[in-house]
Design a protein around this ligand. Structure first.
Ligand code: NAP
Length: 252
């Protein structure tokens, strides 16, 4: 029997922000493809762990507030101790703050950049050290349409997600020769807590929908296949790529 190139049996993944939204959907999709998953975040991902165990895979909750880099080393160590290794890192946890650029505060700048960019880099570093020492791995960062576009009223979010694009390419350049694939997924407009304010704003909701060729908001589940692909052997020669899963938004 030939094994599917998308098979993740025996692989061990970290997914940050796995209790809800895109992170939860990606954690379950990786498990459905065969991976065991460390569900990392500040709200315990009990529901996600239960779903993964129901699929017959192993899963553990790892508590970590990624607004600082304090927990990054422990997250990797606990994953290895509880699940037996680390092959896949999905940097999904993220926040957004909205205000006009002229009113934007330092607190809203630091909170978003620290969580969405600084902690992502240092978790990549901690995971990368383990992967280099153990023959390789896969890193998937969650980018955004604002990795490519400017957006409006979200200056620190745009800066952080544009930074994710550059960081993903830099790490691919340094680590491709070490058998580590570093790529990103850029979700389009996905119906989660992160976009609740946009969905609730009738005018913004309409203007967003009018621009999406698929004519609907994405579901978190729409991201699962892209994550499985980038985490799998099928993507072994894919490096530094930012894969848009956006219902055609960027094609418009
Ligand atoms: P969400 O439902 O708000 O989920 C965000 C996740 O990040 C939650 O699990 C949250 O945990 C976690 N998180 C936030 N701050 C954290 C911290 N300090 N420490 C640990 N975990 C933290 O939003 P989502 O839409 O699924 O977003 C997931 C990722 O996709 C984010 O990076 C976001 O920027 C990106 N994204 C989303 C969209 C979209 O349209 N929804 C589009 C492009 C990119 P808590 O539940 O404890 O807060």
């Amino acid at each position: 029997m030939t094994t599917s190139p998308f098979d993740l049996t025996g692989k061990i993944a970290i997914v940050t922000g796995a209790n809800t939204g895109i992170g939860q959907a990606i954690a379950v999709a990786l498990a459905a493809a065969g991976a065991d998953v460390a569900c990392v975040g500040r709200t315990p991902a009990e529901e996600t762990v239960a779903e993964i165990r129901a699929l017959g895979r192993n899963a553990e909750v790892i508590s970590a507030d990624l607004s600082t880099i304090e927990p990054v080393g422990r997250v990797v160590d606990e994953t290895v101790a509880k699940l037996g290794g680390l092959d896949i890192l999905v940097n999904n946890a993220g926040i957004i703050r909205r205000a006009d650029a002229v009113d934007f505060t330092e607190e809203d700048w630091d909170a978003v950049v620290d969580t969405n960019l600084k902690s992502v880099f240092f978790l990549c570093q901690a995971a990368g050290r383990h992967m280099i020492a153990h023959g390789g791995g896969k890193i998937i960062n969650i980018a955004s349409m604002l990795t490519f576009q400017g957006g409006i009223r979200v200056p620190s979010y745009t800066a952080s997600k544009s930074g994710i694009g550059g960081l993903t390419k830099l790490l691919a350049n340094e680590w491709a020769s070490k058998n580590i694939n570093v790529n990103a997924i850029a979700p389009g407009y996905i119906a989660t807590n992160n976009t609740a304010a946009l969905q609730a704003d009738e005018a913004r909701n309409k203007s967003i929908l009018d621009r999406i060729p698929a004519a609907r908001w994405g579901d978190a589940d729409d991201l699962g296949g892209a994550a499985v692909f980038l985490a799998s052997n099928a993507a072994k020669y894919v490096q530094g790529h930012i894969l848009a899963v956006d219902g055609g938004w960027l094609a418009r």
